[in-house]
Design a protein. Sequence first.
Length: 63
Amino acid sequence: HVKKVVLGSRNDLYAVASGLFKALRDRDNLNYTQIISEPFPETGIGLAIMNRLRKAAWRIDRV
């Protein structure tokens, strides 16, 4: 079973960051087993998003 959570538009990284942080807080209750994300620019808020994704990662696969 796959549950897709859309965090926001690439054009609004503040919404993505907010959605990501909420999703990570909720993940234990929602039984997430994987997070799949495209990369974000590592400047400004994009840097914070990528940092949080890396901290949450057990493994990173680049495709």
